[in-house]
Design a protein around this ligand. Structure first.
Ligand code: ADP
Length: 289
């Protein structure tokens, strides 16, 4: 279990990127869902020992992650948002190089590991291709391959599915799910479906604060019976926003469908809908605002 307690960070320009963040992150896939600028990368870089918070603690299995950084790096796999590689090197050579950096000196052991990683991430057939010829999805799978070197117990992936097409996203999801069975995988995203499809637990974060945490299903259950839907004219959206808590508006075949949050039935032609994770997310953000 990764335990984060009272973590705060204010950048020198005055931006409060983390405000008293506490989270318990067990084994399995944990989704950190929030809009751009919420503080997700700041939190992930801090856990990955790349920057220090102003206050707070992070521990895992009795280890203090903010002090024993060298120890942490031995069991950490990290795929940052901006993942740079040498473009002219083949996937295989680059992985081999990363494995050397991770301390795997034995050539035979390294070869076996690189083979296994290339297979696991479905890149074995393209192992001799230069990295600058890789598609976005292939690059992300390569990023996971390097993050898996050294059998990490904690894997951090920052916005890994941004820019991937649906098929690649699906493939990437499957890869992460396999990995997430035995280790802590922390995934940040602004895409609700990533969390809904993948994560056994999650937190919604905005403006540096944790707004909600729990299992996606539990969080959705909290909203049961409180989400209402109505199809309206597009011009009427503002009027509804004045009198109700409109949490989302969506164009469907030329009409506008709004979802509102209300403890009681608002009548006026509204019908109840089962809350989905999008409703949870947008209502959490609205409440925070
Ligand atoms: P997210 O990953 O959720 O998009 P970030 O952690 O990148 O959020 O950013 C949180 C906030 O902190 C944003 O307002 C961002 O502009 C600001 N920020 C991030 N890094 C720095 C930095 N190095 N210096 C100043 N402000 C920063």
């Amino acid at each position: 279990m990764l335990e984060i307690r009272n973590l705060s960070k204010t950048y020198s320009n005055g931006v409060r990127a983390l405000v008293d963040v506490s989270l318990d992150i067990p084994k399995g896939m944990f989704g950190l869902l929030g809009p751009n600028g919420a503080g997700k990368s700041t939190l992930m870089r801090t856990i990955a020992t790349l920057q220090d918070p102003d206050n707070g603690t992070i521990s895992m299995g009795g280890l203090d992650l903010l002090r024993e950084k060298d120890e942490v790096r031995k069991f950490l796999g990290y795929l940052p948002q901006e993942f740079g590689v040498y473009p002219k090197i083949t996937a295989r050579a680059m992985l081999d190089h990363f494995a050397i950096l991770k301390g795997i000196a034995n050539r035979k052991e390294r070869k076996e590991l690189v083979d296994a990683l290339l297979r696991q991430t479905n890149l074995h057939d393209v192992q001799k291709r230069r990295l600058d010829t890789f598609s976005g999805g292939m690059k992300q799978r390569f990023g996971i391959a390097q993050a898996l070197i050294g059998e990490p117990k904690l894997i951090i992936v920052d916005e890994p599915t941004a820019g991937l097409d649906p098929e690649e996203r699906n493939r990437f999801h499957n890869l992460l799910s396999e990995i997430g069975e035995n280790v802590v995988v922390l995934l940040s995203t602004h895409i609700v479906e990533d969390v809904r499809d993948l994560c056994s637990r999650m937190a919604i974060i905005a403006e540096g604060r944790v707004l909600h945490t729990g299992a996606p299903r539990e969080i959705m259950d909290d909203l049961r019976g409180k989400i209402w839907r109505k199809t309206i004219k597009r011009e009427a959206v503002d009027t509804y926003k004045e009198s109700m808590q409109v949490i989302s508006t969506r164009l469907v075949a030329g009409d506008t469908v709004i979802h509102v949050f209300s403890e009681d039935n608002p009548n006026e032609g509204f019908e109840p809908v089962d809350a989905d994770l999008k409703d949870v997310y947008f209502s959490a953000l609205r409440h925070a605002a």
